[in-house]
Design a protein around this ligand. Structure first.
Ligand SMILES: CC(C)(COP(=O)(O)OP(=O)(O)OC[C@H]1O[C@@H](n2cnc3c(N)ncnc32)[C@H](O)[C@@H]1OP(=O)(O)O)[C@@H](O)C(=O)NCCC(=O)NCCS
Length: 183
């Protein structure tokens, strides 16, 4: 499958000031968050969901986040619309995994390559620095050069790959795992 146009490289604008506000996600963000996520569900391999998620499913998902603790949701807001979001969630339910989280980030397809992913992730990671978090993991379905670049720029290191772990669009995709260590 060709690399989706929506996540092809745009001229990158480096660290220019991005006119967005980064804040904790709120219930009113769910329609935009769902729209952004479902775009990638339908057009790319970057998520292994294959059917769009419903607003009702997102409501349940949203209930897991809080203003403190390891499970966080941040959004980038521009003129009242959410144009990207980043999350941390438990990696597994068994209690000994609690100090580890999985992180991810999605930016609206028309806004990629403008620094929004980076500032969202910086905010998320700085919040996690204040919590009892020891490791963050990101599973990146390959290839995904922008996601790999973003994670490595923020201190994640590649620790392994599950080869051909997922099947979507009639072919297999490998998933690389990136790990970030906290003090
Ligand atoms: C991955 C994603 C979140 C990155 O967000 P973004 O706002 O586009 O990225 P940024 O503009 O903040 O750039 C972040 C870093 O990645 C690099 N980068 C961005 N796009 C790139 C590309 N297409 N190729 C290579 N590097 C790229 C930038 O150079 C930047 O590094 P720097 O700050 O050290 O210069 C975004 O492209 C996206 O939402 N993609 C689709 C969903 C997805 O793949 N999510 C991740 C799932 S694991």
């Amino acid at each position: 499958m060709p690399w989706p146009r929506s996540i092809s490289r745009e001229p990158h604008l480096g660290h220019r000031l991005v006119p967005v506000v980064i804040r904790a996600g709120e219930h009113r963000d769910l329609p935009d968050i769902t729209r952004i996520y479902n775009h990638y569900v339908l057009t790319s391999h970057v998520t292994f969901d294959v059917e769009p998620v419903s607003l009702g499913e997102r409501e349940l998902w949203f209930a897991g986040f809080g203003p403190r603790g390891r499970q966080r949701l941040y959004v980038a807001e521009d003129e009242g619309r959410s144009v990207g979001y980043a999350t941390s969630t438990p990696i597994r339910p068994k209690p000994a995994y609690a100090p580890s989280v999985e992180t991810t980030v999605y930016v609206s397809p028309e806004r990629v390559g403008r620094g929004i992913g980076r500032i969202l992730y910086e905010k998320l990671l700085s919040a996690l620095e204040e919590e009892d978090v020891h490791r963050a993991y990101a599973g990146i379905a390959l290839p995904n050069p922008p996601s790999v670049a973003l994670h490595e720029a923020l201190g994640y290191r590649h620790v392994g790959t599950f080869s051909e772990a997922g099947r979507k669009f009639g072919r297999y995709w490998s998933i690389g795992w990136w790990e970030r260590r906290f003090q």
